[in-house]
Write a protein that binds this ligand. Structure first.
Ligand SMILES: [Zn+2]
Length: 192
């Protein structure tokens, strides 16, 4: 029997970073059908658990705030993958989300010491900051160069390109890539 977590992984979530999952939570299936996973409490719970965005905040889910952050991150990712840079307004909006009081704590366990960042308040604002921080870390580590937005305009799934030459254009060659090839072949036939 597959668990909620298996379904989450099979659907392509939980692979790259929290911010990628949030952006993809507004999912276009390639045929013009839209699913908003933020409306699904199971998806949201699995998302928070998978990325250890603990402690679990209150049950009052700030849908609008999450949607705003999702739009902001998609806008930033699309600008970056189109070869540009994120704009001043996106940077300042991201910094606003990141501006959450926290302190550093030194923890010792059987593996030695580690530094932990502890929020002053474990609430949704902290979760938003963690999601935004996962984007910031990829930017700072130049990992963002591997991030692609599917070339199928009906899909726009955000994914990490595993190829060395970074040549992957579609989230899934069998579905999105094939559809593009079929379209091109048809266009060629029409021209001939
Ligand atoms: Zn796609």
């Amino acid at each position: 029997m597959s668990t909620v977590r298996d379904i989450f992984r099979e659907a392509g979530f939980g692979k790259v970073a929290p911010w990628v999952d949030l952006v993809n939570s507004g999912e276009w299936n390639g045929f013009g059908q839209f699913t908003d996973h933020l409306a699904n409490p199971h998806w949201l719970a699995t998302f928070l658990k998978h990325w250890e965005l603990y402690p679990f905040p209150s049950k009052d889910v700030p849908r609008r705030k999450l949607e705003q952050l999702r739009n902001l991150l998609r806008r930033a990712a699309e600008k970056l993958t189109a070869g540009g840079s994120i704009g001043r307004s996106e940077l300042s909006a991201l910094n606003q989300v990141l501006n959450v009081p926290a302190w550093q704590k030194l923890v010792q366990d059987q593996n030695g010491f580690r530094a932990e960042t502890i929020p002053v308040r474990s609430n949704w604002t902290w979760v938003h900051a963690r999601i935004a921080a996962s984007f910031g870390e990829m930017l700072a580590n130049q990992e963002i160069e591997r991030i692609k937005v599917c070339a199928n305009s009906d899909c726009r799934w955000v994914f990490q390109d595993p190829t060395k030459a970074r040549t992957k254009r579609w989230c899934e060659d069998r579905t999105c890539g094939n559809r593009a090839r079929v379209r091109r072949a048809r266009a060629r036939k029409r021209k001939a």
